[in-house]
Design a protein around this ligand. Sequence first.
Ligand SMILES: Cc1ncc(COP(=O)(O)O)c(CNCCCC(=O)O)c1O
Length: 456
Amino acid sequence: MTVEGTTGTVHGGPRLPQERRLVTEIPGPRSRELFARKQSAVPPGIGTTLPIFVTHAGGGVVVDVDGNSLIDFGSGIAVTSVGNSAPRVVERVQKQVADFTHTCFMVTPYESYVTVCEKLNALTPGDHDKRTFLVNSGAEAVENAVKVARHATGRPAVVVFDHGYHGRTLLTMTLTAKNMPYKDGFGPFAPEVYRVPLAYPFRWPSGPENCADEAAAQAIDMIEKQIGAANVAAVVIEPIAGEGGFIEPARGFLPKIAEFCRANGIVFVADEVQTGFARTGHLFACEDEGIVPDIICTAKGIAGGLPLAAVTGRAELLDSVHASGLGGTYGGNPLACEAALGVLETIEQDKLVERAAHIGEIMLPRLRSLQERFGIVGDVRGRGAMTAIELVVPGTKDPLPAGPIAARCHAEGLLVLTAGTYGNVLRFLPPLVIPDHLLEEGLSILERAISADQSA
Ligand SMILES: Cc1ncc(COP(=O)(O)O)c(CNCCCC(=O)O)c1O
């Protein structure tokens, strides 16, 4: 079956009508009832971007309990890249769930775990000998990457960057930059974590042209003078900062940092939890500047919604850990492993890397036209199906909250997410299988939301 607007034949394809359909206000009455129950059962610390309660999802839409069909520009935060309930994922998981649901790979292993690791060892950047092990979340993957780096190097320090996001566990919360909502009140934090500047072109003081060289020089100087390069186990960086605001580091920055790590025996850890698995128009975002990380952490898009994450790295690093020094009960659950195999098949057979690049070719020009028309659009950035606009007071770099425009989009049936250290970024993460007509319709809703905001 070919889904209109895709670059290939989408296996099976979404079973839901690929349309925006509003039959009530957003959220509708049934969702409002359910939200009241949520408020009585779930603490408010678990936030809600858009309080519609979902019953179905697939292709480029989510359908709620009131019968509304909304355009999905969120993918569950960059997770359902191959589409919700993607056919190959469903087929594999349905068979697996009827065979066995869990044995704990450390107790009695099973083939699918090994197959996933073999594929990640082959597909991730670099042709060196690699090993992979599987965990349950992005934070757990980053935690374990740091454990391995410290164990392999015998060094304590970890270097991260302004605007970085790495998770909500004690260590990954410490690695994360933004205080509210991620860190406030949860200290004391983990020791031996140090933060250096990120090459943020839009906000670099001397302008984007000098950003890569100056930011790299400042970061390296801080490492050498304040930490000591010989004390650093790992540098952890996102090839595109996700929660921090879809910041593409100025070109040249990542290669300089990677070279510094190589020259000083520092483990370069690429956190591709949000950028991985075709999202940016490459299978992995590191490929864009030819970066070969020593360790790469992946999650989100890896298993189409099933909880899975992976740590893939140089064999000599991962093999340095003593027997049973790594692990966890559920890591590499068989259902999630089958889902991951379905995802990898779908990415390859439905040419979703090319599809992501195509989505970027549609979205970025439209976002740049918004920048030309509306002064509040201060920056347009991103790659493939991971793009964003940063909102500012016209003529300044002063942040404008993205929430009100996101709310206008939600009311019109477009699910969009915000991001950014300053809460002023609208980010766009559509499923890679979204049909072109829904992309176009979603962009038109965004344009109307910005225009209405300007008129308000
Ligand atoms: C780069 C990068 N590394 C690590 C993580 C953490 O991945 P987990 O699977 O959420 O633990 C993320 C998760 N990003 C979404 C966070 C949602 C929220 O908690 O508000 C990421 O983007």
